[in-house]
Design a protein around this ligand. Sequence first.
Ligand SMILES: NC(=O)c1ccc[n+]([C@@H]2O[C@H](COP(=O)([O-])OP(=O)(O)OC[C@H]3O[C@@H](n4cnc5c(N)ncnc54)[C@H](OP(=O)(O)O)[C@@H]3O)[C@@H](O)[C@H]2O)c1
Length: 336
Amino acid sequence: MAADRIAILGAGSVGCFIGGAWAAAGLPVTFIGRPNIARDIAANGLTVSDYSGWQVRPDEVDYRIDPAALAETDIIALTVKSGATAEAAREIAEHGREGALVISFQNGISNVDVLRDALGDRFEIVRGMVPYNCAYLGEGRFHKGVAGAPLYAENRPKTRELADRIGGGPAALDLSDDMLGIAWGKLLINLNNAVNALSGRTLIEELRQRDYRRVFAAAMREGLNILSRADIRPAKIGAVGPRLMPAVIGSPDWLFNRVFIKRWRIDAKARSSMSDDLKQGRKTEVDYINGELVALAERIGAEAPVNRKIVGLIRAAEAGAKPVGPAALRREVLGR
Ligand SMILES: NC(=O)c1ccc[n+]([C@@H]2O[C@H](COP(=O)([O-])OP(=O)(O)OC[C@H]3O[C@@H](n4cnc5c(N)ncnc54)[C@H](OP(=O)(O)O)[C@@H]3O)[C@@H](O)[C@H]2O)c1
């Protein structure tokens, strides 16, 4: 019997990197995405690379723009932005094979609920997580900004089989029984995305300013309190556990800039994807990051003034408001 075919639904930055690495490892992959990327790959081929200098070009790339291709696949890796999940779920419902495995590799928490509400138990829906940055560099090239770091997905028989087929390459898959904790742990780190987007600066320039870090640390501290009240334990992502993170992030410049920032090996030009979304006039994923905390706070009768304020500022930025300097952002969000 032929090995299960994998669809990458929403083949953009993350999807083309993951799918390209899996295809180069010999897995049958069908990419489903947009005409601009289909044209680029048809003209230039697909090249995937990582920070270590690793680079591959899968021989054959099956890139489609018609979701009907889902009917030929048994595993669907969902890599659309969170705002596009409901539409993707409708396409899966219409074209997908009954019983197919759907892995949400998106940021945020509620995408999996949107999928479960739309698809019920006709599909096996699991949470995944991408712990690294993937960038589309043009000319069919997709780049992972770090070396190492596996993808994550819920530990199930089908994901175990998939992880074995992928093997140990740069898009390797690790399995966890605590994907909700991992998703919240990642979300806490992603709280910097909005601060970075509001700053209008590169990640390095932004993180070097303590006032921006104070806002990030306050958003994280508020998030930790809400999660604790909701009995949710965020997992440790990276070297520092979530409880210690606000202290590290809010530490004085002399310490943070000399010690911590170097360990994070951030590319000099890197910005958060929310920053890129603002620049390109697209709606951001703020509702699925800071907004998830605001929604959780509402559900448990708690307050989330810092994250609520940040969501409002991103809304204003989406409508054209200019970047905000470090002290002004601190005053605006923290009121001091
Ligand atoms: N990029 C990263 O470094 C990174 C890292 C970790 C996690 N993530 C998460 O991964 C998810 C994807 O991010 P990304 O940066 O890869 O986004 P992206 O580059 O915008 O890729 C998504 C692609 O899917 C397309 N798409 C949307 N709906 C579709 C549909 N129904 N059928 C086919 N294609 C569809 C989009 O086209 P349109 O633009 O026309 O909608 C876009 O080309 C997000 O949740 C993000 O937070 C990203």
